[in-house]
Design a protein around this ligand. Structure first.
Ligand code: HEC
Ligand code: HEC
Length: 271
């Protein structure tokens, strides 16, 4: 009797050991190598609900113009500021799922990742705030979760946001900033800040609006210092970054949507 139970137990154990790798093969392989890359996902003939949303989110971030156009009011893509599809440190990386919900002084309440995403549509993309359950918002949330894999929940990821520049002892000087702009930026972003093919505008009605995080002189200076001129980041002095940021800040751009609905309508007509 005792022998039988032992044998049965042995059989169960052996069959479990042999069956497990077969049943769990894909996830075991992924778990070992880390999660699949976007390139790998794009080649899969079939994706489950989670990963199809991840890929859709990626496509929205990198080509917002075509994949979320109904909520976009300017000519930017999310990845023009969230560089390398939100994977680059010190360039507003999007591996931040573990930071939310979070209190935000800007709207005076606790924000989930969904609201945070929707606000970038309203300000940075000078568009309309998508509804909470818009497929675009859900897909971007999935992509943000995907990027956040391996981060410690509640802990600030390394390289989050942009660097905070030290106090240089001088105020940001837009006149000096103009010289920096013409010398170091205009070749790509245009003398009138209008951008060109493959180069996003940095002011004008197709740029981010006055309510956007990038319209904050220090925030933009941190971004510019770390990342611009593109491919040659950290080549400007802190003061040059502050100066050129102050110059951008003086230029015309869409109004803050919190200021006036009428103004927004007028801009829309001019555009
Ligand atoms: C070699 C071309 C090039 C130069 C020079 C350059 N940029 Fe950029 N910049 C880009 C590109 C391209 C992007 C978008 C990056 C992307 O989509 O991956 C960008 C993005 C930006 C953004 C955020 C997106 C936007 O349009 O608002 C700002 C702000 C910016 N650059 C400012 C500057 C400033 C200031 C300088 C000069 C110090 C500068 N850039 C120099 C190519 C350049
Ligand atoms: C013009 C530049 C710009 C564009 C375009 C832009 N963002 Fe942002 N985004 C920022 C800045 C600057 C911040 C951080 C400052 C702040 O909180 O206001 C930010 C913050 C975020 C955060 C929070 C990051 C964190 O560290 O907590 C998320 C999520 C986000 N953006 C999503 C998006 C999405 C999605 C899009 C496209 C629909 C987008 N952004 C387009 C500039 C931009």
């Amino acid at each position: 009797m005792q022998n039988m139970t032992l044998i049965r137990k042995l059989i169960t154990v052996v069959s479990l050991i042999t069956a497990t790798p077969v049943l769990l093969m894909p996830s075991v392989v992924w778990a070992q190598q880390g999660q699949p890359t976007i390139e790998q996902l794009l080649q899969e003939p079939f994706l489950d609900d989670y990963y199809s949303n991840v890929v859709y989110g990626y496509e929205i971030i990198t080509d917002t113009q075509n994949n979320a156009s109904r909520y976009v009011g300017n000519s930017l893509n999310c990845s023009n500021c969230h560089l390398q599809a939100g994977t680059q440190k010190e360039a507003l990386p999007l591996n931040v799922a573990g930071m939310y919900p979070k209190w935000r002084a800007k709207n005076g309440k606790r924000n989930g990742i969904g609201l945070r995403i929707r606000e970038c549509f309203l300000y940075s993309m000078d568009g309309i705030m998508p509804p909470e359950d818009a497929p675009e918002v859900l897909a971007i949330s999935a992509y943000v979760s995907y990027l956040s894999q391996g981060q410690i929940m509640g802990a600030e990821p390394e390289g989050r946001g942009v660097p905070t520049l030290p106090d240089t002892g001088y105020d940001p000087n837009p006149a000096n900033g103009r010289a920096v702009y013409l010398e170091q930026c205009a070749s790509c972003h245009g003398v009138q800040g209008e951008g060109m093919v493959g180069m996003p505008p940095v002011w004008g009605l197709n740029s981010y609006n006055k309510g956007a995080g990038m319209n904050d002189i220090r925030e933009a200076a941190g971004f510019i210092w770390a990342n611009m001129p593109l491919g040659n980041g950290k080549s400007l002095s802190h003061q040059q970054a502050l100066d050129v940021s102050a110059y951008l800040n003086l230029q015309i751009r869409p109004s803050d949507p919190r200021d006036s609905k009428f103004l927004k309508l007028l801009e829309h007509l001019i555009n």
